[in-house]
Design a protein. Structure first.
Length: 221
């Protein structure tokens, strides 16, 4: 097998790679923010002590965590247009699916973070006359977010890697950009190798930053 990367130039990157990279980054950011928001709500439901909140949240979280992401992507992309009567597009389908799926994982991270806060903090807030929501928003959640920040960022890195699964519904992500360039230039092997290198560089760099952040948080503690 003769590998030739001489065709790799800025025009190729600009026309194929950057478009896919931008979508992957956007999908990661939106899914992270949406997943943390809805995941926090799910975590609070599970910790509420009320069965009518705890049971549905537990079913949702455990159900989502038991299904491969690619299956959820395909189900949503194929079933939702059938239900509402019109297609929603691969990109919108990816955004909604990733938020719904990641909410289940971020929920467990947030639940562990909330439970890691000493009960004395809760009692102190109650002694000051705070309501449950005030106690959570002003005392518990800020500390939980700080404790769980490295884990949240690690999950975000995994999320970025998982964005490559949107190829199943034809969305133009980073991997799709490399694949399209490989087909157009007749060099699929080289482009897949380049994709692997770029994914490694991005994820390794982010993992290194998370480790540095974890050390700083440990020192603050």
């Amino acid at each position: 097998m003769n590998l030739d990367f001489s065709f790799f130039n800025w025009t190729l990157i600009q026309n194929f790679i950057l478009k896919g990279l931008w979508f992957s980054i956007t999908l990661t950011a939106v899914a992270t923010l949406g997943g943390i928001f809805f995941g926090t709500l799910l975590a609070l439901m599970r910790l509420s002590g009320k069965k009518w909140l705890d049971v549905p949240a537990a079913i949702y979280v455990n159900g989502m965590r038991s299904i491969p992401l690619v299956m959820v992507i395909l189900w949503f992309f194929l079933l939702v247009p059938f239900i509402i009567g019109r297609p929603i597009g691969a990109e919108y389908s990816a955004f909604i699916t990733f938020i719904a799926f990641e909410a289940a994982y971020f929920s467990e991270i947030m639940r562990a973070g909330i439970q890691s806060i000493p009960r004395g903090q809760v009692f102190a807030g109650q002694a000051l006359g705070m309501t449950y929501s005030q106690n959570m928003m002003q005392v518990i959640l800020p500390q939980a977010f700080r404790n769980m920040l490295p884990v949240l960022l690690t999950q975000t890195i995994i999320l970025f890697q998982d964005t490559s699964l949107v190829y199943a519904i034809g969305a133009y992500d980073l991997l799709k950009g490399f694949e399209t360039a490989g087909k157009n230039y007749g060099r699929p092997v080289e482009m897949y190798m380049a994709a692997a290198v770029l994914y490694f560089i991005i994820c390794f760099s982010l993992s290194w930053l998370v480790k540095r952040l974890h050390k700083k948080i440990a020192i603050i503690r």
